[in-house]
Design a protein around this ligand. Structure first.
Ligand code: PNS
Length: 168
């Protein structure tokens, strides 16, 4: 039984995250999607909302062969990974610019807890420029984010921003 943690802010989950989850499903029997509780970072969605959204959208992943769990965590990631008896931490790499920061984190995590491996997964090219930060910015400024986040996520974002939303 191979268990991985896929940690992140997921504010909100994007199709890039879902692509990584689908890819991770090919390698692991169970993936715990772990949302960091970070009171210092101002978020669009609360932790409870992000958990709810993630649970909703992972239900829509077709034919997945692994067990997916959504939960939140606080504090040191590797400590939480050990508590949850995980073998690995999964992180998505979109472009070389992600690599430096991700490598730093992976090496620091390995130093804290050598038993936990970090697995970098490459997202599909179509999502190589997609980030939660950019989709929030673009939508807020009136741009289109269709195809970059699930439709239900876009609807929730529009509601948060108080914008007009009409299902197509
Ligand atoms: O989606 P994000 O914001 O890029 O995710 C970053 C995350 C949650 C993976 C990272 O901030 C994290 O692991 N935070 C937990 C605290 C911790 O362990 N810090 C040391 C990292 S080396």
């Amino acid at each position: 039984m191979r268990r991985a943690i896929y940690p992140g802010s997921f504010d909100p989950v994007t199709n890039g995250h879902l692509d990584i989850i689908e890819r991770g499903c090919k390698l692991f029997d169970e993936i715990i999607i772990a949302i960091l509780v970070n009171p210092e970072k101002q978020a669009l969605f609360t932790i409870e909302e992000r958990c709810e959204i993630l649970r909703e959208v992972i239900d829509e992943i077709d034919g997945r062969s692994c067990h997916l769990i959504v939960e939140s965590f606080e504090g040191l990631l590797v400590k939480y990974a050990v508590e949850r008896d995980a073998d690995a931490i999964v992180r998505g790499i979109r472009a070389i610019s992600d690599y430096e920061y991700e490598l730093q984190m992976a090496l620091m995590n390995r130093r804290q807890e050598p038993r936990i491996e970090t697995v970098f997964m490459m997202s599909a090219e179509a999502y190589s420029y997609v980030s939660s930060r950019l989709v929030k910015e673009v939508l807020q400024l009136g741009g289109t984010i269709e195809g970059l986040v699930p439709a239900s996520v876009e609807a929730r974002m529009r509601k948060k921003y108080g914008g007009y939303w009409r299902p197509s």
